[in-house]
Design a binder for this molecule. Sequence first.
Ligand SMILES: [Zn+2]
Length: 327
Amino acid sequence: MKRDKYYIPIIFVSIISIFMLGVISALPDDLKEFYGDNYKAEKSITEGLKKEEVSNSENNLNDEDVDDNNSMNSNSKDNNSKNGDSKDNNSKNSKSKDIESKEGDSEESSSDEGNEKSYTVDPNKPMIALTFDDGPKSGVTDRILDDLEENGGRVTFFVIGRYTDEGNNRDLIARASSLGCEIGNHTFDHVELSKLPEDQQIIDQVRATREKIVEITGQDTVILRPPYGSVDERCMNLINDPIVLWSVDTDDWMYRDPPRLLAYIMENAYDGAIILMHDIYSETPDGAIPAMKLLREQGYQLVTVSDMIEARRGEYKHGVKYGEVTP
Ligand SMILES: [Zn+2]
């Protein structure tokens, strides 16, 4: 009988343990994603440090550059934050940043300065606009952003209005914008605009998405990529925005084949090209990120559509379709 007394607490503890396991595994997806984000934030800081150590001896920066880069970093961190819990993570990050700064001010910003340098658009040098439609998507868009943050360059994302509030999409869009990427309009419901019977429907599809983008990024956007590239005279007259089409269609959504995507981009890349991809398939960054590396090595500037138009044509024009922006 005495033995039973020992079994009771053991059984009790076991039941509690099983219950707790159940609670953790039932965490909602966005919480799991949040923990994933924290992991990535920490990882990128560690990787940044490694890179900074390597390039330390090559760069001497003045204080102004350091300040600019620090504020840029803190912006992107704010955008990563989702709720009260993430504040802890942010303060932890800023603490470790302080330590880094004390240990070596020039180290702190050398890789960021590389980012800035790589994004001075020179109209006389080759440039290319990579564009990603239908996103953002967690685990896809953030990988493209991680690469741009580390290695420089900017791209354009055409987002669908109705998905902007899903999951951590707002954070992804805000982060892309804070990294200097362009957020373009891809209609609210991914509809074929020219098939909408009412004029007001066309206007609303564009307006509602534009409002979402402004709400999230604080920046207005006028460029529109109509789904399926479908616009007719009526749409053009109603919308009167710059229409961004493409000159290289990778068909990434159909093949979902990273080596094919990489090869296709490299075979078809040219100065002024606008390349169409979709940041909703994990295979797309698998092919696009190595392509971005090779394009940089070949001397291409990775630029947003609007920056390419501005560098080559001055102001973009309303009611004009842009498929490429050659010198
Ligand atoms: Zn689309």
